[in-house]
Design a protein around this ligand. Structure first.
Ligand code: ATP
Length: 363
């Protein structure tokens, strides 16, 4: 059977295990020899026990677990050609020519580069007598399918990344818990949620929790935000509301690009309104806990589709990313999605927020 390996790379997210499970089982079902690569690209470079053959039962009882059971890492070695050469050697020696990479845009970019270089890497390995002529010929094509695991929902081309829905559940649970105590004490509370370049989590959490105000990177507040915020909070209290909720995305900014932090918002509320104000920074709680049903099913569907894409690939097939479009699993050109994702980051850096939002829209 064909050699196929799955690995997780970059930040972890809930639902990655469902995807790993699905890749392994679909791969075995279709007759592949399936491998785990542990610790992302680091395991690929280091080889040895990091690359281990998977069987049907090695992915039992993992779908409900958060994070990734095969480990994830950032890997400097893979950024260098020397590291990628070692990685190629480790794959060829096991007959692996199909990769499912589960990670963010950095991980997918690395995979694309690896594929572009594959032929040259094999030539070099042959020259150095690391592989045989037969291996050079037999394994000359590398096929790549990517899945996006990220809690931020920050990738262009998919409606939902694997992990976003679970992170939202965590945020909403935390807000609900805090609301009950804030209500008792007539407090204003400010919650900082993850999302350095993408306000999706903050925005949706705000809608789902009846928040009074949300600050996100894509919609920088105008200069008079302080007055507007104070007026709104005051009005809410006057109309009988016992608490105020403000959600701040990590990357929130004003129109000059200056950060709007939870601390700053607190100072504004306390100085102007003297309201009892507390900050909660959710941090890694958002990445933790068990995956939601949605993320489990998303991981399953995406994983199965990725394996099918690899099995149908011809030598000309470009790397794809499997994504969700409406309710459909679709295959999109990997590099086009990565380029668009990077263009969004650039537009944000250029303070062209309209363009950023436009670029991020549906494919
Ligand atoms: P997250 O969204 O959680 O940051 P990510 O996949 O974007 O996930 P990165 O840290 O950017 O996370 O990338 C993960 C790993 O992918 C890197 O540590 C590196 O090993 C590899 N990688 C990223 N970019 C490249 C590149 N241009 N060339 C080769 N490898 C890369």
């Amino acid at each position: 059977g064909k050699g196929l390996a799955v690995f997780t790379s970059g930040g972890d997210s809930q639902g990655m295990n469902a995807a790993v499970r699905s890749v392994v089982r679909m791969g075995i079902y279709l007759g592949c020899k399936v491998y785990f690569i542990r610790e992302g690209y680091q395991g690929m470079v280091d080889g040895g026990d990091n690359i281990e053959e998977a069987n049907w039962s090695s992915v039992s009882s993992i779908i409900h677990k958060g994070g990734t059971i095969i480990g994830s890492a950032r890997c400097m070695d893979f950024m260098q050609k020397e590291g990628r050469l070692k990685a190629a050697n480790n794959l060829v020696s096991r007959g692996i020519t199909n990769l499912v990479v589960i990670g963010g845009d950095g991980s997918l970019t690395g995979a694309n580069l690896f594929r572009q270089e594959w032929s040259n890497l094999l030539d070099e390995l042959l020259e150095n007598n690391k592989i045989t002529k037969d291996q050079r010929e037999k394994y000359k094509y590398l096929h790549i399918a990517g899945l996006v695991g990220s809690i931020d929902n920050d990738f262009c081309g998919t409606d939902m990344t694997i992990g976003t829905d679970s992170a939202l559940h965590r945020i909403i649970e935390a807000i609900d818990a805090i609301v009950s105590t804030a209500y008792s004490h007539q407090r204003t509370f400010i919650m900082e949620v993850m999302g350095r370049h993408c306000g999706y989590l903050a925005l949706v959490a705000a809608l789902a929790s009846e928040a009074d105000q949300v600050f996100i990177p894509e919609d920088p507040v105008p200069n008079n935000w302080v007055e507007k915020l104070c007026k709104r909070l005051q009005q809410e209290r006057k109309s009988g509301q016992r608490l105020n909720i403000i959600i701040v995305a990590e990357g929130a900014i004003d129109r000059e690009g200056k950060p709007i932090t939870a601390e700053l918002v607190k100072k504004v509320v306390v100085d102007n309104l003297q309201q009892d104000t507390r900050i909660t920074v959710l941090g890694h709680v958002q990445r933790g806990g068990s995956p939601s049903a949605f993320d489990r099913i998303l991981g399953c569907r995406m994983g199965a589709e990725a394996v099918m894409a690899l099995m149908e690939a011809t030598p000309e097939t470009e790397p794809c990313v499997v994504s969700l479009d409406g309710n459909q699993a679709v295959r999109l050109p990997l590099m086009e999605c990565v380029r668009r994702t990077k263009a969004v980051a650039q537009a944000m850096a250029d303070k062209n927020w309209e363009l950023a939002v436009q670029l991020r829209g549906r494919s």
